[in-house]
Design a protein around this ligand. Structure first.
Ligand SMILES: NC(=O)C1=CN([C@@H]2O[C@H](COP(=O)(O)OP(=O)(O)OC[C@H]3O[C@@H](n4cnc5c(N)ncnc54)[C@H](O)[C@@H]3O)[C@@H](O)[C@H]2O)C=CC1
Ligand SMILES: O=C(O)C(=O)COP(=O)(O)O
Length: 630
């Protein structure tokens, strides 16, 4: 015997397959039974009681077989159904079962009649499957089971393993308490709680390891797997109440995702970021230089919003951290709010509403005007500005815009060359500049003084763009007839108390930064951003990254992919290619994208190569990050 001989003992139901086979058999045999639902629930309850050790296993088996009312003829349908229900990571690691066939056994309290044909496809022969067998009546009806089989008895797996008398280390992999007890009884050396399909506290709390999938089990054992790194080891932290869909999508892909409903301070984030690979934030969390410096494992920062100036993009890039955002998902939501607020302001609707709420009937047309024919001045004619331009025109407004870039007028909008020209004619000025810090106090006393008497101001861009003190003065003096403000120089990290000097002023609409907060926008962001995260983490794609050379990579098939991020200094590419040549690698494709400071080179190569090359590439001077994907 080799001193390192190991035996891998797999459970069947809910481990090798996603389901409990007898539950599936019940679905088949009870298909036409009017009490099907109730009986199936009874079977599931009994199954769980048995798995958790609450009732004796023999009792659970007897009861279920009675309720099943199954026949031999039903078993072929069951096997076909189970073939489609092999656990995802078991299926994707078929090569492991083939390579280690000699060391793998199945011990199950299920039945050989359906287990044997399923596991045979994984090179596990019937003589290495230990399970119960059915007892049939003359007409094929399943009437019981072989009561002499140890696996039909309480703690049968312990006895079964003892009887097998295996040499070497014994590792048991299963989802049930009946698997764990083998370790407790000392007949197994290690127990892996297998949680890919179901996680049971009684099983996980005492396990040596928790394996959310086979990849993790293989990784812990240093065994070859079909992916480079178990995804459950990749930690994603989502802050600021990112829509639940993002959690669902990323978890479903296998990542470990944690959510926090508020933003974190710099100190909190420094503490939390250490073991995080992907960070998801919205507009409130600042990813500063210090945070980036503390982020030892961080590979992606994703803004689940449009703005990205809360992130130190340069610091991220220098550390090879790719930043994504959602540039279009909430555009329409902001535009609709802007339109609504413009109408509400010009009709003094909030004033009339507040009066009526406090018992005052004030029916008046004074100061109430239609938007039709009025001049709308849009400052910042980007994605939001342009879409607003279209909708405002549809309402009959005359649209004027000012942008520091030379942008094309949409529809009948008129471009203004100077901000002051626009301010002089607009009845309503609405701000949609980007969140560049250079726009701090873009709108102060001077700009407000250049506006028409009795005009309105809308700010849905960033709080720091408007000098609030100057705005308060203008509103109090009547220079401006009203304002709608969604964003503030200082915003709280979570819902609760908030104060602004604009509080209580008439005809001022205040909203708590909800321009992009619609169900549609948040759902769309939670679809868009995770798809970017997954494209980068799973294949290296940087399409739409905001701080990084963009590259769209072809699908990686049957290849290993080397992803090398380096400082864009002369000679690095030459060194990479020299090493690749030295190791005589069979290169299938190579892709390079650079900007002024960073180079990103991706090499796809044949699976068979000397693994030494990995360390050599990682150690090239100028390397920022290196990883291998397959
Ligand atoms: N209130 C909210 O919930 C939301 C707020 N926003 C804010 O809206 C901003 C604009 O969004 P998008 O239109 O998608 O951005 P964008 O980048 O497409 O457009 C911004 C435009 O502003 C122009 N610009 C920048 N500085 C300027 C200046 N000083 N004067 C004139 N034009 C200037 C740019 O050239 C660009 O055309 C975001 O950066 C974000 O700060 C975005 C979404 C939701
Ligand atoms: O998209 C943006 O830039 C916004 O301002 C919206 O931010 P939020 O996701 O609501 O924190």
């Amino acid at each position: 015997m080799s001193p390192n001989k190991r035996n891998y003992i797999f459970d069947f139901d809910s481990t090798l397959t996603r389901v409990e086979a007898l539950d599936v058999l019940a679905e088949i045999t009870l298909a036409k039974n009017p009490n099907k639902k109730a009986i199936i629930q009874e079977i599931i309850d009994i199954t769980n009681l048995g798995i958790d050790g609450e009732i004796s296993f023999t009792e659970s088996l007897e009861k279920r077989i009675q309720l099943l009312n199954a026949n031999k003829a039903d078993l072929s349908s069951l096997v076909s159904a189970l073939k489609k229900q092999v656990s995802k990571s078991i299926e994707s690691n078929k090569a492991f079962f083939e390579e280690f066939a000699e060391d793998i056994y199945v011990i199950s309290c299920g039945f050989k009649e359906f287990i044997d044909p399923i596991v045979a496809e994984y090179k596990i022969p019937a003589d290495r499957v230990f399970a119960n067998t059915f007892e049939f009546a003359g007409d094929g009806k399943i009437i019981g089971f072989d009561v002499d089989n140890v696996l039909s008895k309480h703690n049968g797996k312990i006895q079964c393993l003892k009887n097998m008398n295996l040499e070497g280390e014994i590792q048991v992999i299963g989802d049930g308490y009946s698997d764990y007890v083998t370790r407790e009884a000392g007949v197994a050396d290690k127990f892996f709680a297998y949680t890919e399909n179901i996680s049971r506290i009684k099983t996980t709390e005492n396990a040596d390891h928790i394996a959310p999938n086979l990849d993790e089990f293989l990784y812990i054992n240093g065994l070859p797997g079909n992916i480079s790194y178990p995804k459950n080891r990749i930690k994603i932290l989502l802050l600021e109440n990112v829509h639940q869909d993002a959690f669902n999508k990323l978890s479903k892909d296998g990542f470990t995702v944690e959510t926090v409903s508020k933003s974190l301070s710099e100190a909190e984030l420094i503490e939390k970021i250490k073991d995080v690979h992907v960070l998801g934030i919205r507009s409130k969390t600042n990813v500063t230089k210090k945070v980036v410096a503390a982020a030892e494992k961080l590979m992606v920062v994703s803004a689940f919003c449009i703005g990205t100036t809360q992130i130190d993009l340069e610091a991220c890039k220098e550390k090879g951290i790719v930043v994504f955002n959602a540039p279009y998902s909430n555009t329409r939501s902001v535009v609709e709010l802007a339109i609504g607020e413009i109408i509400m302001l010009m009709r003094s609707v909030f004033q009339r509403s507040t009066e009526l709420h406090s018992g005052q009937w004030n029916k008046t047309a004074a100061g109430s005007r239609e938007v039709r024919g009025k001049k709308l001045g849009i400052v910042g004619y980007g994605n939001i500005g342009k879409q607003l331009s279209v909708l405002a025109e549809a309402l009959g407004m005359d649209v004027y815009y000012y942008d520091i870039e030379d942008t094309l007028a949409i529809g009948n909008a008129t471009k203004m060359n100077e901000l002051s020209e626009l301010l002089a004619i607009a009845d309503v000025v609405t701000l949609h500049v980007d969140d560049n810090p250079a726009n701090k106090n873009l709108f102060g006393e001077k700009q407000i003084s250049e506006m028409k008497e009795g005009a309105y101001l809308v700010n849905l861009a960033r709080g720091f763009v408007v000098d609030i003190a100057a705005l308060v003065v203008a509103l109090k003096s009547g220079k401006l007839a009203g304002a709608a403000v969604d964003v503030y120089p200082e915003e709280p990290s979570k819902n609760g108390e908030f104060y602004t000097d604009l509080k209580g002023l008439p005809n001022v609409i205040l909203t708590p930064h909800v321009g992009g907060s619609t169900e549609e926008a948040q759902r769309d962001i939670a679809d868009f951003v995770p798809s970017k995260i997954m494209a980068y983490m799973n294949s290296g794609n940087t399409v739409d990254a905001v701080n990084f050379p963009n590259i769209r990579l072809p699908r990686q098939t049957k290849a290993h992919r080397f992803l090398h991020i380096h400082k864009n200094v002369p000679g690095v590419m030459a060194k990479i290619n020299k090493i690749l040549a030295k190791y005589d690698l069979n290169i299938i494709g190579q892709y390079l994208s650079t900007d002024s400071s960073v180079g990103y080179v991706i090499t796809d190569l044949d699976k068979e190569y000397n693994k030494e090359v990995i360390e050599k590439l990682r150690n090239i001077e100028g390397t920022i990050k290196f990883r291998v994907l397959y």
